[in-house]
Design a protein around this ligand. Structure first.
Ligand code: ADP
Ligand code: MG
Length: 245
């Protein structure tokens, strides 16, 4: 069913000591939707990403994935967590494993896939991110943009229902940013559900269904890119946009 809620946060609050890092967060991400999260440094964007699959515990509120509440811990959490892939600013590839092995690893270890099947699928995914010819190289032999594309292939290898990206291009040299954004753009067109924290406003304008603007741990605006970029409502968003555009 298209358009139903895949990720839903209701009344989510989280503290780090006295810091109220997430305040009454309500967020719904529909299946096939691309939600871009923007906001000043320290506003809670990374924390939001990590709470979505409970890499971080929350203080109060509920998080559901495809209608299933995420439990605090246990097997069911592990199963649901695997439905949401993550791609970070630092690619976190295994340095001593080949590109192919990096992409095959989790499907074999976590999903119990047969090696031959995992390898076939890994090669398809590397083809899809334009790296079929690099399967036998090691991460250090690749550029940052290529490593990040491997990280995307590795996330896709788990056949997740959604992907979270936390500033996937922030660590890259400028000339490598587009090759990563193009892969993400392609995934968006294919209907992948995505939550993307990024400062790439071109990507937000062209790929996002919605822009969520965060400041001080709150969602201040949640609107279409067109509405957000042409007529931001809050002073915080106006101020932010005046600095980056
Ligand atoms: P953003 O990704 O928008 O820059 P973060 O989610 O990383 O923001 O951080 C939000 C706030 O929470 C910041 O003030 C940050 O210093 C603080 N913070 C993040 N992680 C931790 C942590 N593990 N312990 C304590 N404070 C943290
Ligand atoms: Mg961050």
């Amino acid at each position: 069913m298209a358009g139903d809620a895949l990720i839903e946060l209701r009344g989510v609050n989280k503290h780090y000591g006295k810091l109220h890092v997430l305040q009454d967060i309500d967020l719904t991400v529909g299946r096939g939707e691309v939600v871009v999260v923007i906001g000043p440094s320290g506003s809670g964007k990374s924390t939001l990403c990590r709470t979505i699959n409970r890499l971080e515990p929350i203080g109060s509120g509920t998080i559901t994935l495809d209608g299933h509440p995420l439990p605090e811990e246990g097997r069911e959490l592990a199963r649901l967590r695997a439905e949401v892939g993550m791609v970070f600013q630092s690619f976190n590839l295994f340095a001593h494993k080949s590109v192919l092995a990096n992409v095959m690893l989790a499907p074999v270890k976590v999903r119990g896939r047969k090696k031959e099947d995992a390898e076939r699928r890994a090669r398809q995914l590397l083809e899809r991110v334009g790296l079929a010819a690099h399967a036998d190289k090691y991460p250090a032999q690749l550029s940052g943009g290529q490593q990040q594309r491997v990280a995307i292939a590795r996330a896709l290898a788990m056949e997740p229902q959604a992907l979270l990206f936390d500033e996937p291009t922030s660590a890259l040299d400028p000339e490598m940013i587009n090759e990563v954004l193009e892969v993400m753009q392609q995934l968006a067109q294919e209907g992948m559900t995505m939550v993307v924290v990024t400062h790439e406003m071109g990507f937000a304008r062209s790929a996002a269904n919605r822009v969520v603007f965060m400041a001080d741990g709150r969602i201040v605006e949640d609107r279409t890119p067109e509405e957000f970029f042409t007529a931001p409502e809050s002073d915080r968003a106006k101020d932010f946009l005046s600095k980056i555009l």
